[in-house]
Design a binder for this molecule. Structure first.
Ligand SMILES: *[C@@H]1O[C@H](CO)[C@@H](O)[C@H](O)[C@H]1NC(C)=O
Ligand SMILES: *[C@@H]1O[C@H](CO)[C@@H](O)[C@H](O)[C@H]1NC(C)=O
Length: 198
């Protein structure tokens, strides 16, 4: 089973934090969205993941390798990136207060305050290529420094986690006239959350 350490902090000023393990169901970590928008594709359709390696041990998910962009859009497109945490309650997925919209991912992918930077883009070796190509230039390659994935969420409301959760990611493209492209990328991390025993 794969594991992501979910560290939930109650506030920036907190003196305590609670650690949660998310036991990911899918051995590849990411799954296609169970309820993605019409026209959405999943990770392997948007990126060639053949040279990516994911493996799990006690520390978490070790990620390394490189991937090639298959998605093919003009660099002038704006990419909006959304993630939301949902929880499984009595047979259906319900939203939680944890969500974020990044309206122009390509403009802020190297902003150190962004989740996207902290959990993915900081690990890219060829950052200059990525700045130039973002994630939508066909045949561009992103090479990763090996790292262990650690998902840290700031929970401003002090909600506690238990049970089955998923994080849903949606990447949408808008052309120069701000018209949404019909194809978007949707994927999710699904798993069981357990409090870490200390
Ligand atoms: C991507 O990974 C493959 C397999 O490890 C390797 O042969 C190839 O050289 C890598 N490509 C880049 C650009 O690093
Ligand atoms: C925080 O939790 C309270 C009670 O559970 C709820 O009423 C409120 O809407 C939540 N705040 C946010 C920002 O979601």
């Amino acid at each position: 089973m794969f594991k992501i350490l979910l560290v939930v902090a109650v506030d920036l000023a907190i003196v305590w934090a609670t650690d949660y393990d998310l036991h990911i169901e899918d051995p590849e970590v990411y799954s296609p969205c169970t309820d993605g928008p019409p026209g959405s594709i999943s990770i392997p359709e948007a990126f060639d993941m053949t040279h990516m390696v994911f493996y799990q041990d006690e520390e978490g998910i070790h990620i390394s390798g490189n991937y090639t962009v298959k998605w093919d859009l003009p660099r002038t497109d704006r990419i909006s990136a959304t993630f939301k945490v949902m929880y499984f309650n009595r047979g259906s997925w319900e939203p939680t207060i944890l969500s974020q919209v990044t309206t122009n991912l390509c403009a802020v992918m190297f902003d150190k305050n962004q989740y996207w930077y902290k959990y993915w883009f900081q690990h890219i070796v060829n950052k200059e290529d990525l700045k130039k190509n973002c994630i939508t230039t066909k045949d561009s390659v992103a090479v990763l420094n090996p790292f262990i994935m650690l998902l840290r969420l700031n929970n401003i409301n002090g909600t506690s986690f238990r049970g089955r959760y998923k994080v849903v990611f949606l990447l949408e493209a808008f052309d120069e006239k701000n018209k949404r492209r019909p194809t978007s990328v949707c994927f999710e991390f699904r798993g069981e959350v357990e409090k870490v025993k200390k």
